[in-house]
Design a protein. Structure first.
Length: 254
């Protein structure tokens, strides 16, 4: 989406605040012993109270208001009653929504309670790389160069990246051009970021795997070589200078 009118800026800010607040409150209310469905229902209620509609449910018929992935699940985890959150779990919540014809997307990984399984470094690395990547995005920068930055920084910290999950344009629908903002240098991608466009930038930092495969449930993604993945995502507006971070209220960098 390219922002050319004031009402478009107002609309994208409003839906971005809705998904950011929902992500923040879901993270803050998560606790050991809670089912993923209970946490998801909380997220669904917050979205509803803010006038927003769940994007994965609206677009794909996803069986949940939000995606909640736990431990070895990379993304698109189903928030079921059987999924009970435990102390030390690596949890990822991804919240995207539509409001008044505008769409926004954000997500974040965190450790529930104490870091019993030593995942904090992975989570912190994902946050740091997203911050660095977003700081380098401006009109005219090649999308592939941001991908190279993400993978290079991951390797420096001893990690890999998931190559078949990417950031994307967003705004008037959930996925728009540029369709793939990869976590590695795609030499065939000559696209450049354009000023005043809205994009969702996300990191997928991995301990072992480089590909995420769909499980028999048709939704949940798990790494091809096992291990764990941390994901963080902001929706931003590209400018000539530092981007405007529309979902900053999710507090994933705090």
């Amino acid at each position: 989406m390219s922002i050319t009118k004031e009402y478009e800026l107002t609309g994208i800010k409003k839906v971005s605040e809705a998904v950011a607040i929902t992500l923040r409150e879901m993270r803050n209310h998560s606790k050991p012993g809670m089912t993923a469905k209970h946490l998801d229902d909380l997220g669904g209620q917050i979205l509803n109270d803010l006038g927003a509609k769940s994007a994965p449910r609206l677009t794909y018929g996803f069986p949940g208001w939000t995606c909640i992935s736990v431990n070895n699940e990379v993304a698109h985890g189903i928030p079921s009653e059987k999924k009970i959150l435990q102390e030390g779990d690596l949890i990822n919540i991804d919240v995207s929504a539509e409001l008044d014809g505008f769409w926004s997307d954000n997500g974040g990984s965190f450790i529930l309670g104490q870091d019993l399984n030593k995942h904090q470094h992975l989570v912190d690395t994902s946050k740091r790389i997203l911050q660095k990547a977003i700081g380098d995005i401006r009109g005219g920068v090649r999308v592939a160069d941001i991908g190279q930055l993400i993978e290079t920084e991951a390797k420096k910290s001893g990690y890999k990246v998931i190559k078949n999950l990417t950031g994307h344009g967003v705004g008037r629908s959930l996925h728009e051009e540029p369709h793939e903002i990869a976590n590695y240098r795609d030499r065939l991608n000559f696209t450049r970021f354009k000023k005043n466009t809205v994009v969702a930038v996300e990191t997928f930092i991995s301990t072992r795997s480089t590909i995420a495969n769909t499980q028999p449930d048709g939704w949940t993604l798990v790494g091809d070589k096992g291990g764990y993945v941390a994901q963080h995502e902001h929706t931003i507006i590209v400018t000539d200078g530092r981007p405007i971070i529309l979902t900053s209220m999710n507090e994933i960098w705090n």
